[in-house]
Unconditional design. Sequence first.
Length: 318
Amino acid sequence: MLKEIEDKILEVLSTSSGNILEDEAAINVLSSSKALANDISEKQLIAEETERKIDAARLGYTPIAIHSTILFFSIADLANIEPMYQYSLIWFVNLFILSIENSEKSDILETRLTNLRNHFTYSLYSNICRSLFEKDKLLFSFLLCVNLLKYEKKIDEDEWRFLLTGGVALSNTFSNPTAWLPQKSWDELVRLDELTRFKDIRKNFLAQKDAWKFVYDSTEPHREKFPEQWQNSLGDFQRMCVTRCIRPDKVVPAVQDFVRDHLGEKYIEPPPFDLTKSYQDSTCITPIIFVLSPGSDPMSSLSKFADDMVCSIEIFKL
């Protein structure tokens, strides 16, 4: 429109004869062009301001974008556990869109972000759990929890690696000062001493061995009070590293407590399989596939569900 105004003004100036101030038609054209140009300029300013507001509003949702990215790469890691555990980005995005629609709305950005984060995280957890073997569900919860905390710089990478691998120090020249602690546990404790947060745990172990034996003998060592400074200086993740050394059989209960404290009780209690919800997530090109364990037969449930949906199905015996 501005280009048309400029062309029109140039045309009036080129065709006007004599004094342009005495040409009423030319003056009217110039006046209307000026008014239109001013109106366009004002609308441009409003559009620029609106664009800035949109950009600011969009940037306000950056935290949920980062959170969702962490979740996606967490489920991508599951393929390292079992090749069958693979999930598409399209499916992930569609699930996120459903959370946008179904999560509780709020005009307060922080509240909206919290609602969206909580809804999508649990929605993803519930959907993923459907496709996991029972033995891997707690591991998935733990992986989610750790990845979120690592982004917040609440978990040290060296400590995370130690919890995963443990292992025996190759140059362990320190003899086991007790008769009750297995040699492998002592070797791992020596290696743990190399990490910054656990400095001198080996040197102090002999002086504190009675207190450590109480922890070792406990039915819930991961919840017992640790000796002296270790009780106050170690967080819940560091306590798991110690538990891994002296009572590796209690790492799983420690992981359950860790997930419960950081994500909530519902993340250690996988929801039971719900055929109705699975059906709602499926489409004509996204079928439901049952991977059966020996002795299980879902056909009766499928037949009942089909009756409830006022459908008819035919059962083919292969």
